[in-house]
Design a protein around this ligand. Structure first.
Ligand code: MG
Length: 239
């Protein structure tokens, strides 16, 4: 398998700083294994930026070849954010989401996930959400108390039920096999809050390469108001 990726992050049009982190920071190609991920930090002052950066650095500290699953990497990220908060009391209470994927040379994609960043698979023109948001609103949808359309604009859609940096955390594991022609996209909620899935699907399907897809999606988020930081990683699977 050959993986070709691009990534991008943008402050958006409203926020003063960018609390998102994206990995890898630059485009590239590899036969795998490849690590990719997004983290969306939260907290006062600079705390959100510190949380997502500390988390991502810890998650990717071991090389992609290391015998470590994305789930164990996300757990290490959680411990790193907790430790940073203990060292610097002014940062206590900071948190971050993390969606981290590892593409193996054998075509297996493993994902570790906490929070409301997302991973999607575009296959044969169809867009499939691979992760579950850890939000109060998503729980209400799951219980049948709220429709998915109402959830998109719900005022409390940002309330997380799980994040890194608060204490012990349960990390979701997602495992699938990718095939040539697949396109995988990971993003922070700055994209999915602003742009409906049918538009995300169209941009992913119509963009000729990962770089065009990443910046097409970021431009769409900003065109829709850009109220949050937005981060996108796109990985194309080739033979
Ligand atoms: Mg966000």
């Amino acid at each position: 398998m050959n993986y070709i990726w691009a990534s991008g992050t943008d402050t958006g049009l409203v926020r003063d700083g960018n609390e998102d982190m994206v990995f890898p920071p630059t485009a590239g190609a590899s036969r795998g294994p490849v690590l990719v991920g997004v983290a969306d930090g939260m907290g006062g002052h600079v705390a959100g930026e510190v949380a997502s950066r500390v988390a991502m650095e810890a998650a990717v500290a071991a090389p992609p070849e290391a015998d470590e699953t994305p789930v164990s990497r996300v757990r290490k990220a959680n411990e790193a954010v907790l430790a940073a908060g203990e060292e610097r009391p002014e940062l206590r209470g900071m948190g971050t989401t993390m969606t981290l994927g590892r593409f193996g040379h054998d075509g297996v994609l493993d994902i570790g996930h906490v929070g409301d960043s997302r991973a999607y698979l575009l296959r044969d023109g169809d867009l499939e959400l691979l992760t579950t948001d850890h939000t109060v609103v998503e729980e209400l949808v799951g219980l049948g108390h709220l429709s998915r359309d109402a959830a998109f604009s719900h005022p409390k859609r940002h309330l997380l039920t799980r994040s890194l940096g608060l204490g012990p955390v349960e990390v979701d594991a997602v495992n699938l096999e990718v095939a040539p022609g697949d396109r995988v996209m990971m993003c922070s909620d700055g994209l999915t809050d602003m742009v409906e899935e049918m538009t995300i699907r169209r941009i992913l399907a119509e963009s000729p390469d990962p770089e065009a897809a990443v910046w097409g999606l970021i431009e769409a988020a900003n065109a829709a108001g850009g109220v949050d930081n937005v981060s996108v990683v796109v990985v194309d699977v080739a033979p």
